[in-house]
Design a protein around this ligand. Structure first.
Ligand code: FES
Ligand SMILES: [Fe+2]
Length: 398
């Protein structure tokens, strides 16, 4: 074992054994829920008409008033740690380029050439000295500034400075942006009380596994319901990721539209006979941070974190899910096998268990006519999602 690896192990053990005090408090709440036999609950059940998931006009309002308006978490800082590192993606039809400049600032740019609209960067991620448009080779630097036009004398004066920059900010190890340039990005009020919880995840101290998983998923809210639901783990996932959990004893903390969900593991009982300073929280509990509207981060206080992004697709009944795996150490050499195994596990669970079920829901919606789907008092995360979607879209279906 080389010295670098020793340092890495020390770092990891610090992360595992010195958790944020707030995490210990969540563990205590989970144990209390296990003992009383109930999860955190909300005041009443919520009925959501099935049409809220299938109505094209409502879906269009969600694109316009949510995806194009609110700050979205578009990347983690560790996705583009160095100058020139970049990622591309398409969010509700807008091609986006996220790149770190030589000044260290992460910028979120429209990935659209100012000449005639070609995609400038075509790879999903990478590192670039400059970005050269494939059509006529206009060149943009790592800040998006237009740095070169071939045969400039023949062209005339384009009167553009560079790629269009979208409002963005980097906080708590994550990069947020608003996708329509006319929106204001005010991140602290938007994240509300979730910011300290995101900071505790130390997202900037993670390393991405560059191989991602892309899955077809149904309407984005049907898929999102699964990420906010602590009630199904022991049933739908009883033979996979649910084996270690105690079902339906979750904590739920809502921060505006965002939700943090705590999951009690079977080993949580060990905390009763262990000094608090020696608690192994990664064994006792799991956490999910749902960053509205489309990001679910599972884990993070231990050695790994899975980030799932939901992108609405081309119609109301479609979305695309992209899963990313992050670790507390760089993924290279012998670490690759474990990273790949984790990627495949989550791909399989979500595709064969969650999405197999949610595609069934999607197909059945039309048969429900006017009858609602029902969210129980034990499903406050889902209720929070639908209340905020209704508020932001002025939806009269709820
Ligand atoms: S479209 Fe990009 S250089 Fe012409
Ligand atoms: Fe699930």
């Amino acid at each position: 074992m080389g010295s670098d690896e020793n340092i890495q192990l020390i770092r990891v053990s610090l992360i595992v054994t010195a958790p944020h005090p707030e995490l210990r408090a969540i563990c205590q709440r989970l144990l209390a829920n296990v003992k009383r036999g109930l999860p955190d609950q909300t005041g009443d059940v919520l009925r959501v008409p099935a049409r809220a998931y299938s109505d094209p006009a409502q879906w269009q309002r969600e694109i316009e008033h949510i995806y194009l308006k609110v700050p979205l978490l578009v990347a983690l800082s560790c996705d583009i740690p160095k100058a020139g590192d970049f990622m591309t993606m398409n969010i509700v039809g807008r091609p986006i380029l996220i790149v770190r400049g030589d000044d260290g600032r992460a910028r979120v740019l429209l990935n659209v050439c100012r000449h005639r609209g070609t995609l400038v960067a075509t790879d999903e991620c990478g590192s670039a000295r400059v970005f050269v448009c494939p059509y006529h080779a206009w060149t943009y630097d790592r800040t998006g500034r237009l740095a070169g036009i071939p045969d400039r004398n023949s062209f005339g004066e384009p009167e553009v400075e560079g790629l269009i920059e979208l409002p963005s900010v980097e906080r708590a190890g994550a990069i947020f942006a608003t996708i329509s340039g006319d929106s204001v990005l005010n991140i602290e009020p938007w994240l509300g009380g979730m910011l300290p919880s995101l900071e505790a995840l130390r997202l900037d101290a993670l390393y991405p596994y560059r191989k991602t998983t892309t899955l077809k998923s149904p309407n984005w809210k049907i898929a999102a319901d699964g990420y906010l639901d602590g009630y199904h783990i022991g049933f739908l996932h009883r033979d996979s990721i649910g084996k270690k959990s105690i079902n339906n004893r979750n904590t739920y903390d809502c921060f505006g539209p965002h939700v943090r969900i705590g999951f009690a593991n079977r080993r949580i009982h060990e905390s009763e006979t262990t000094l608090e300073a020696d608690w192994s929280l990664v064994d006792y509990m799991s956490l999910v941070h749902y960053v509205f509207p489309n990001i679910s981060m599972s884990g993070g206080h231990g050695e790994a974190l899975q980030l799932s992004r939901l992108f609405p697709g081309e119609s109301v009944d479609q979305s695309i899910t992209v899963q990313h795996q992050y670790f507390r150490w760089p993924i290279e050499g012998e670490k690759t096998e474990a990273a790949e195994s984790r990627r495949l596990t989550y791909e399989q669970v979500v595709r064969d268990e969650d999405y197999a079920t949610t595609f069934g829901i999607s197909a059945a919606l039309s048969a429900m006519d006017n009858s609602p789907v029902i969210f129980g008092r034990n499903e406050p995360g889902n209720q929070n999602l639908h209340r905020h979607v209704a508020r932001l879209t002025g939806c009269n279906l709820y």
